[in-house]
Ligand binder design. Structure first.
Ligand code: M6R
Length: 369
């Protein structure tokens, strides 16, 4: 039930912090992961030479975040593929391939068919799923449930942050299995993960009103662009998908580095662009490059809304508007930056008088290929 909320989507965005906390609960103890559900695959973890993540839509963007974490913490190469593309070529798979499917519903036919295909080809399969007892988990060697609670709105929000959290847990587990993470070296990452719910709570509380105003002003916008880099890139894609499905507005997400290879030609006066800005504090940060992207597009008349860390002064002089997120480690910023984009999609749809929970032409789970 909506419990007094104007929409399920608004309620579910407010539950994002809880979805992360519930997905983590009991699974991190003394610098190590404790995930009994993964036991069936444990002997395989030390031996796999590749991970393939299969998913569609928002779950695919969570999968992209999983790639950054698994490659960084476990040093295993990861491919992230749209299930419907993977299934219809001749993918190379072996018993040393771990196929990780990500699906909120566990019923997405494209992903189910891809998992069956991978299984038949001898790959090991792990399902990350939110709905207990769904079909995809039943077809998999092991299941890692997200505990986001029931998600009713067609647009996926709290499931996304829970999926990313589950993938980060898997990345920690794989890092341990390979001897790359010790309780000491994992602890700072675990501290980051466990502090996310509180930080995300403050992002939602502090930014939602401002985002709603910005959405009101943007109700007549024909097109919105989203830029991000590294872990901010999937967030840009997610922000764009939400606007398409909820507000029926043309929206594109780009890797910010790609701008000069084509998309900058789209920039004209008044174009609204969201930019997910990485923290300047991290070693090797892409912050200066993203700030210079902002300057390039502002110089061409675009209106820039930056999502940036508290205290990042450089964005203030370059962007039109800055939405602040608390300080977090590089891998964890996207889980804070995504909520304002969820709110923006929802508020823009509401400003246009559209049904936020049931966008046209879409179903909550896509059970046909
Ligand atoms: O149930 P699933 O996670 O497998 O669904 C995948 C996509 O259909 C889903 O994420 C879709 O893209 C959402 N409507 C996006 O908000």
């Amino acid at each position: 039930e909506k419990g007094g909320w104007p929409s399920f989507m608004k309620k579910e965005i407010s539950e994002e912090p809880e979805a992360i906390a519930n997905t983590l609960r009991g699974r991190l103890v003394d610098g190590r992961t404790v995930i009994p559900e993964l036991e069936p695959l444990e002997p395989v973890f030390a031996d796999i030479d590749r991970v393939v993540v299969l998913a569609c839509g928002t779950a695919y963007y969570a999968g992209m975040l999983g790639k950054y974490a698994i490659e960084a913490w476990a040093r295993i190469p990861v491919d992230v593929e749209l299930s419907h593309e993977f299934r219809y070529r001749e993918p190379v798979l072996s018993e040393r391939t771990l196929v990780v499917s990500v699906s909120q519903s566990g019923e997405t036919m494209d992903t189910l068919m891809a998992v069956k295909y991978a299984s038949a080809a001898g790959a090991r399969t792990l399902s990350i799923c939110n709905v207990q007892g769904a079909t995809i988990p039943r077809e998999s060697d092991a299941i890692l449930y997200t505990h986001a609670g029931p998600e009713v709105a067609v647009a996926s929000t709290k499931a996304f942050v829970a999926q990313a959290t589950a993938l980060y847990l898997l990345a920690l587990k794989l890092g341990e299995s390979r001897g790359l993470l010790t309780p000491e070296s994992a602890q700072p990452l675990i501290d980051e993960l466990t502090s996310l719910p509180e930080k995300l709570q403050s992002v939602i509380a502090d930014s939602s009103e401002r985002i709603a105003e910005l959405a009101q002003w943007s109700a007549d916008t024909q097109s919105v662009l989203f830029l991000g880099r590294n872990v901010g890139y999937p967030i840009a894609l997610e922000g764009a998908l939400k606007l398409k499905e909820l507000a029926y507005i043309h929206a594109e997400g780009f890797a910010a580095g790609e701008l000069k290879h084509g998309p900058i030609a789209l920039i004209e006066p008044g174009q609204l662009v969201f930019v997910v800005v990485p923290s300047p504090r991290h070693t090797g940060s892409l912050h200066p490059k993203v700030v210079s992207n902002i300057q390039e597009i502002r110089a061409r008349g675009a209106r820039v809304i930056a999502i940036a860390e508290l205290g990042d002064a450089a964005v203030v002089s370059s962007a039109d508007e800055v939405i602040r997120i608390p300080l977090a480690g590089p891998m964890f910023e996207p889980l804070l930056a995504v909520a304002p984009l969820h709110v923006f999609g929802m508020e823009l749809a509401a400003a246009k008088g559209l049904d936020v929970d049931q966008p046209r032409n879409l179903a909550k789970s896509v059970t046909v290929e």
